[in-house]
Design a protein around this ligand. Structure first.
Ligand code: MSP
Length: 510
C-alpha cells in the first residue's frame, strides 16, 4: 500500500463549468477512487483559479466585484462536482488566505535564492490564455489557440530566471523518464526546453486582483505564477512542512494538453528554484472536441456553440450520474483528443450499460430469484469464467496504474461480455433447479461481484446498487483490492433482488 496525491488543474472562474472541465475532474476522481480501493492513502485536490485579468474582466462584464463573482462561480463548480459524485478531499480557492500565504512564502524563497529580478517586459498578450506570445508564435498577430487579437503590452515587471534551469530540467527529464506521460507529451515538453528558455515576467502592476508581491506591494503575481502553487498550498506549504514531506513525493498532476508548458517547464523549474523537488508525475490529457473544435468557454462564446446545452449538471439530469462518468472515462483514451457528442453518450449508454451490464445483472437476478430460492449460490473454484476474470483484474491494475481508465474499463467490459456468453452457452433459464444450475449461477454472480469492484471507480453509485441487488452486504469498496480480487468469494448474504432496470434504454436512438 502506498500513497497517492492527485490534482486537477484549478478552473478559471470567469464562467460556469462545462463538460470539458468535467472531463479532467471525472478522470482524476476515478483515479483517486482506484487508489483508495488499492488501500493507498489518497488525497484528491481540485479547486478554482480566481485571479487574473480574465476573471477580473468577466466579473465586471457581469456587473459584479471580482470577489463576489468568484464566490458565485466557484460555488457552481462545487455544485457540478457534487452532481458528478466527485470525491475530492480538498477544494482550493486561490483567493483563500492560506493560498496567499503559501504563494508569498514560496516566491519569497525564490526571491531570496536570487532567481527573481526586475526588468521591462514587452510582448503580445492573450487575455483568454493569460499568456504572452512572441510574434513568431502568433498567427498573424492573433492567438494561436483562441484566434483573438493579441494586445501589445509593456510593463516593468519582476522576472523569474527560467533560463538558468535549462540544463537542470534536461537532466531531470533524463533521470525521471516517467515524469511526464504519455511519451509524446514528454517529448513535446523536452523539445520545448531544449529549444531554449527565456526568463518570464511573473508580476503585474496593470491589475490589483491577485496575490501581492511581498517585497514590492505595487505588484501582484501573474495569475499562472500564483495558480501553480495551489498544489503546494493544499498540503500546507509554509505552514506544515511535515504534510508537504508526506504528500509531495507522491504528487500526480492531471492536466490538459494546452497547459503543458506551465506544468512541465515552468513548474518544475519553480520548484527547483525554491529548493524543492519537482512534482513526481504529470499526466497530460487531450481535448474533448465538438465537431473538431475544442470546447473551451471563450471559444464557445465566440463560435456560437451553446455551452449551456452541455453543462455537467444538465447532462447528469438527462443521463444519470454514472452513465456520464462512464462515457467520459470510456470513450477517449486519456492522452488523446476525443469527440464529444450526445449521440455518443446515448450509444454508450444503450450498448455498454443497458445491453451489456444492465442485462447481465437483470438476467442473473431473475434466474436466481426464480430457480435458486432467491439466494445466490457459491461459485465453482475452477470455472472457465475465472480465467476471464483474472485477465480483467490484471488489465485493470495496469490500466489504472498507467492513467488509462479507458483500457481498464475495456477489460471490465470484456469480463461482462464473457459472462453474458457463458450464460448464453449454458442457458440457465432452460435448466432445472439443482447443482448444475447453481454452479452456473454462482460463477455468474462471482463475475458480477468482481465487475462491481472493478467498475466502482467509474460508477460508484451503480456498483453499490449492483452489490446490494446480488445480495451482498456493505459496498464493493469495503475491502481493499488485494483481498477483494481473489476469485470464489461470492456468498449470497441476502436475498437477490431483480428490481427495476438499472439502465432503462434510451429510445431516441432507435
Ligand atoms: N486555470 C488554468 C489551470 C491552472 S492549474 C495550476 C486553466 N483553467 S481552465 O479552466 O481553462 O482549464 C482547466 C482544465 O480544463 C485544463 O486542463 C483544460 O485542458 C481542461 N479543459 C477545458 N476544456 C476542455 C476540453 N474541451 N476538453 C478536455 N479538457 C478541457 O487552464
Amino acid at each position: 500500500m502506498g500513497r497517492f496525491y492527485i490534482t486537477t488543474p484549478i478552473y478559471y472562474t470567469n464562467d460556469a463549468p462545462h463538460v470539458g472541465s468535467a472531463y479532467s475532474t471525472v478522470n482524476a476522481d476515478a483515479l483517486a477512487r482506484w487508489h483508495r480501493l488499492l488501500g493507498d492513502e489518497t488525497k484528491f485536490l481540485t479547486g478554482t483559479d480566481e485571479h487574473g485579468q480574465k476573471v477580473f474582466d468577466a466579473a465586471h462584464q457581469n456587473g459584479h466585484e471580482p470577489q463576489e463573482w468568484t464566490d458565485q462561480t466557484s460555488r457552481r463548480f462545487r455544485e457540478a462536482w457534487d452532481a458528478l459524485n466527485i470525491s475530492y478531499d480538498d477544494f482550493i480557492r486561490t483567493t483563500e488566505p492560506r493560498h496567499h500565504e503559501s504563494v508569498q512564502k514560496f516566491l519569497g524563497t525564490i526571491y531570496e535564492n536570487g532567481y527573481i529580478y526586475k526588468d521591462v517586459y514587452r510582448g503580445l498578450y492573450c487575455v483568454s490564455c493569460e499568456d504572452y506570445y512572441t510574434l513568431e508564435a502568433s498567427v498573424d498577430g492573433k492567438c494561436p489557440i483562441h484566434g483573438r487579437e493579441l494586445t501589445d503590452m509593456q510593463e516593468e515587471n519582476w522576472f523569474f530566471k527560467l533560463s538558468a534551469f535549462e540544463d537542470r530540467l534536461v537532466a531531470y527529464y533524463a533521470d525521471h523518464p516517467e515524469f511526464v506521460t504519455p511519451e509524446t507529451k514528454r517529448n513535446e515538453a523536452l523539445s520545448f526546453i531544449k529549444g531554449g528558455l527565456r526568463d518570464i515576467s511573473i508580476t503585474r502592476t496593470s491589475i490589483s486582483w491577485g496575490v501581492k508581491v511581498p517585497w514590492d506591494e505595487e505588484h501582484v503575481f501573474y495569475v499562472w505564477y500564483d495558480a501553480l502553487i495551489n498544489y503546494l498550498t493544499a498540503i500546507g506549504y509554509g505552514r506544515d512542512e511535515a504534510e508537504v514531506a508526506k504528500w509531495w513525493p507522491y504528487s500526480n498532476h492531471l492536466i490538459g494538453k494546452e497547459i503543458i508548458r506551465f506544468h512541465c517547464v515552468w513548474w518544475p523549474a519553480m520548484c527547483m528554484a525554491a529548493g524543492l523537488e519537482p512534482p513526481s508525475h504529470v499526466h497530460v490529457h487531450g481535448w474533448l472536441l465538438i465537431g473538431g473544435k475544442k470546447l473551451s468557454k471563450t471559444m464557445a462564446a465566440e463560435g456560437g456553440v451553446k455551452l449551456t446545452d452541455i453543462a455537467p449538471i444538465e447532462l447528469t439530469n438527462e443521463y444519470g450520474v454514472d452513465p456520464v462518468r462512464y462515457y467520459l472515462l470510456r470513450e477517449t483514451s486519456l492522452g488523446n483528443d476525443g469527440e464529444f457528442s450526445l449521440e455518443g453518450v446515448t450509444h454508450r449508454y444503450n450498448t455498454d450499460l443497458a445491453n451489456n451490464l444492465g442485462n447481465l445483472v437483470a438476467r442473473v437476478c431473475t434466474v436466481v430469484a426464480a430457480k435458486c430460492g432467491g439466494r445466490g449460490p457459491s461459485p465453482e473454484s475452477d470455472s472457465n469464467l475465472r480465467t476471464h476474470a483474472e485477465e480483467a483484474l490484471e488489465a485493470n491494475v495496469v490500466g489504472w496504474q498507467t492513467f488509462n481508465p479507458q483500457s481498464a474499463l475495456e477489460a471490465t467490459w470484456s469480463l461482462i461480455g464473457a459472462t453474458n456468453a457463458y450464460l448464453e452457452h449454458h442457458a440457465p433459464w432452460k435448466m432445472e433447479p439443482g447443482e448444475a444450475l447453481d454452479a452456473v449461477m454462482g460463477d455468474a454472480l462471482e463475475a458480477i461481484r468482481l465487475v462491481a469492484v472493478l467498475a466502482s471507480p467509474a460508477m460508484p453509485g451503480v456498483c453499490e446498487e449492483i452489490w446490494r441487488r446480488i445480495g451482498l452486504a456493505g459496498t464493493p469498496t469495503d475491502r481493499d483490492f488485494a483481498s477483494a480480487r481473489v476469485w470464489g468469494q461470492y456468498r449470497g448474504e441476502g436475498l437477490i433482488e431483480k428490481g427495476a432496470p438499472l439502465f432503462p434504454r434510451i429510445k431516441s436512438e432507435e
